[in-house]
Structures are given as C-alpha cells and as structure tokens.
Design a protein around this ligand. Structure first.
Ligand SMILES: NC(=O)C[C@H](N)C(=O)O
Length: 484
C-alpha cells in the first residue's frame, strides 16, 4: 500500500465502494512493515490478531459514517492493549501482557480501526530521541544516522516512512510534536483532559496527553473525533462536548489573529529554522491572518520547572514497579528489600533512574518548598503568560524545536542538552494547551516543524490554520528518499 499517495478519505471511499477490503489493506500494511521496518526499527510488536479484526470489519460492512473502519493504525507501546505485549520500551515490562484495553484503543476498535502493532519509544516516555528504549534505536525517516525524536519516535518514524497512515503517541513535554517535527509529519497534542488516559502507563499525570501522528492534518482530526471525550474511568477528562474536529477545515483564515512570541525565535534557535518560521508567518498573512510579535517572558523557566514537576510525578507513578506487582523481578533475592532494590536497579534504564532520583529529591521533606512548590508557582506564571496572549489572539505560532533532528549518539550522554531540546514544547504542557506540529520546510535536507498553539479546548482553530497552511504547500508530496 503506497501510503505516501493516500489519505483516510481516499481509503475510506475505496473500502465503501468495495474496491478494497479491510483484510487486503491490513495484509498489505503488514507486508509493508515487514519490508520497510528492518531499516527503521519503529515496531516492537506486531498484532497477530490484526488480520482477524480486519475480516470482522469486512463482514460487518464498512459504514459510511465510520471513516476509520478498516484503517490500520499503530499504537505507542505505553498504551495498554489487551492480550498484546505492552512494554513502555522498558525491561521492567518486557513480558507484560495487559488484561484490558486503554479507552483510546477500545474507541479505535469500536470505530473499526485495525491495530497493526505497537511502536517504539523512550523508556516510560522519558527522552527526546527514542535512544532510551531498552530494545532498539529507531531511525529518522529522512536520515537513518539521525534520531527520530522522542519519546514517540516509533510512532513518527512508522508514519513518515509510509508504514501506516496514523499512529497514536503521547506527549508530556513534547513527545508527539518533537518527533513529528523531526520526521516532517503532523503531530497533534490535544488539550489536557480532552482524551482519556485510562490505560496509559502514567509518567507525569498533570502533563500527559494522548494524541496523533499522521501525514495529513485532516487524518489527525478524524482520529481525534474518535478518541476524544469524557471517560468516567479517567476523572481528569473534561465533561465538555466534543466538537467535530474537521468542522473548520477549509474555512478562510481572514481576520485570524496569530501571535509570534519573540522568545520562540530567540537564543538557541537555529537561525535557519527561525527563517522557515518567519516565511510561514508571511504565508499566514497572505492567507488573510494577521501575525504580531508578542512576548511570553517566563519561557526560559519552563524546562527547569518541567523537570521538577514531571520527575516528581514520575517518582510517584513508577513506585508501582516494585518487582512484585508488575513485570521484572530480580533473581536470587535475599529478602523483601532486596526484591525492591534489585528489581528496580536492574529493571529501569539510566534515564528513568535519573528522573526517579530527581523527583524523589524534589519531593522530600525540607526540599519541597524550594523545589516542587517553586516549580508549581513558575507553572502558574507560564500559564498566565499564555492567558494574556489568548485574550487578544486566536493562535500562537513558532518553531516546534530549536534545531532539526540531531545525530544518533550526539546528545544521549548529555541530559541537559537533551532536555533543552524541549524548550519550545514544554510550556504548552505546563499550561495544558492544545498544539500541533506541522511540516514547514527543510534545513539541510531535514524537516522543520511549525508549532501552532491554541486556546484550551479550541483544537478546531488549530486544525483550520494547519490545514490552510498544508494546502498552500507541497510537503505532503515530499517523501523521505525522494526529491525535496
Ligand atoms: N515525554 C515527553 O513528552 C518528552 C520529554 N522530552 C521528556 O523526556 O520528558
């Protein structure tokens, strides 16, 4: 199946008309994965039941009202899937087979989508390069010597190499948007509370969001239409009506007010990347929007605040991996304390241990006020910065990442440099806002991502602007290995 030339609308039409069956589509998709993935290493597990699920969709008949019926999807491996190994790319969960489906997985199945397999990531979603996976290093679709970004690097590389049309990812500090940017595809992180996290292996619970990676903007909106909504199993999901996320796609941008924060083009941002974003601003103006320079003054405090908050939450969430309840248990243990200490020492990788130590320290008596409380206050200042801008503007634009994808091995031994890579995506998670990364050109043959940030629960405006930008450009025709 040549996913580079197709989208969900076209496949849906072919399935409805009977030109294609879901079983054929799934078979061709699995064939494509077997041919392409050995060079990319995006997949950790293929779903042995995918073919049977596709046959069931065919037997039921592809419903016109269900655009995802028969469409193959890949799922990040921190989202639990019943009877299908779910590892979070950790040795700790190497043999973990969940007994239930995450709400998003259940919703996709009800919509007729076919889960073809689970994709690689940084261990427990901690990282920006997928090099922290306990199992394999996924390659960037455009240059196999570079990282695909992370932590949803497997999701991004699987889509960008045409193995699947869409994949689910998760985003705590940029984990959907940054790999989407590095691979020249669309990444979408919804508002905090828009999509249920029931069945997501938790990292930073006040930040985590499940979203999409896809080639086209509209395909992302189709998946969001299915996965969004209140869930009584996740008390953090908002009980607000879910709009049709495709509703404003195709509408004119005339009069739309877009803000471009000066901090997003400042220190540390590659000037060539900044140039692409300035060019995108000109394109938005040509489409009828206004673009004005604004300031988000607390941006520089976002990374330190995030690494305290996310690590503190991780240290608490990861306590459950104790060698007893889930997964890995060390051999030849002497006593209970030995079970805990050795199972965790041997089961977790270095980055996960670093975060647990950082978080435990920040939360400990005597340090709480100086670290966690201070970080929470900074978070409020960052949220206030955004609220002030959104009183006057519809969207905020900027680069998704300060640079294009870096080389495998280049930053993995230097955590601070790796953390700084997320400076433009982390503020969005701290404020719980929705945001997308969409392709916006190339620097040295590598894709650049344009980030569009919206108001709380106003995903539809992001989709409107993103689709208008996509329609003006030919990024969908540019494929890895092809001319660009
Ligand atoms: N999980 C994320 O969203 C990625 C971020 N780079 C982190 O390591 O925390």
């Amino acid at each position: 199946m040549d996913y580079f030339k197709l989208d969900i609308d076209q496949l849906h039409q072919a399935l409805v008309n009977g030109e294609l069956t879901a079983a054929d589509l799934t078979a061709q998709t699995l064939e494509g994965i077997r041919a392409i993935d050995p060079q990319i290493d995006a997949f950790l597990t293929l779903n042995p039941n995918a073919q049977a699920q596709a046959k069931a969709v065919d037997a039921a008949g592809v419903d016109r009202a269900k655009p995802l019926a028969g469409i193959p999807v890949a799922i990040k491996d921190n989202i639990v899937t019943k009877d299908l190994t779910t590892t979070a790319a950790s040795k700790m969960l190497e043999n973990f087979v969940p007994i239930y489906d995450a709400t998003v997985v259940e919703k996709l199945a009800q919509a007729g989508a076919i889960n073809v397999g689970k994709v690689n990531m940084d261990e427990f979603a901690m990282g920006s390069s997928t090099e922290n996976s306990a199992f394999k290093v996924t390659k960037n679709a455009w240059d196999h010597t570079r990282v695909p970004g992370g932590s949803s690097g497997g999701s991004a590389a699987a889509v960008a190499t045409g193995q699947v049309l869409v994949a689910l990812g998760t985003d705590t500090g940029g984990s959907i948007r940054q790999p989407a940017a590095f691979n020249g595809i669309v990444g979408f992180k919804p508002t905090y509370g828009r999509v249920s996290r029931w069945g997501l292996i938790a990292f930073g619970s006040s930040l985590d969001a499940i979203g999409t990676l896809s080639r086209s903007v509209k395909d992302s909106a189709y998946v969001m239409n299915v996965i969004a909504g209140h869930d009584e199993k996740d008390a953090t999901t908002a009980d607000t009506p879910v709009p049709d996320f495709t509703a404003k796609i195709g509408q004119s941008l005339q009069g739309m007010k877009i803000a471009l924060p000066k901090e997003y083009l400042g220190d540390g941002v590659d000037p060539q990347v900044a140039d692409q974003i300035k060019a995108a601003a000109e394109q938005f103006k040509a489409l009828g929007a206004t673009v004005a320079t604004v300031s988000l003054p607390h941006t520089k405090y976002a990374v330190p605040a995030y690494y305290i908050i996310a690590s503190s939450e991780a240290s608490s969430n990861l306590q459950r991996f104790d060698g007893i309840r889930y997964g890995f248990r060390a051999k030849d243990v002497k006593n209970l304390s030995d079970v805990y200490v050795r199972s965790r020492s041997e089961g977790f990788g270095p980055e996960v241990k670093r975060r647990i130590m950082l978080g435990t320290f920040s939360l400990s008596a005597g340090f709480y006020d100086a670290y966690f409380k201070k970080a929470a206050q900074v978070r409020t200042l960052i949220t206030d910065d955004f609220n002030q801008i959104f009183a006057d503007y519809d969207l905020i634009m900027g680069p998704t990442t300060p640079t294009v994808a870096f080389k495998i091995g280049e930053k993995v031994t230097d955590p601070l440099t790796m953390y700084m890579n997320d400076i433009l995506t982390i503020p969005v998670n701290l404020a719980g806002l929705p945001a997308a990364s969409i392709p916006a050109g190339f620097v040295d043959g590598m894709p650049v991502g344009l980030q569009l940030i919206g108001k709380h629960f106003d995903e539809a405006t992001i989709y409107q602007a993103a689709d208008a930008f996509e329609a003006q450009n030919d990024y969908l025709d540019q494929i890895p290995g092809g001319a660009h």
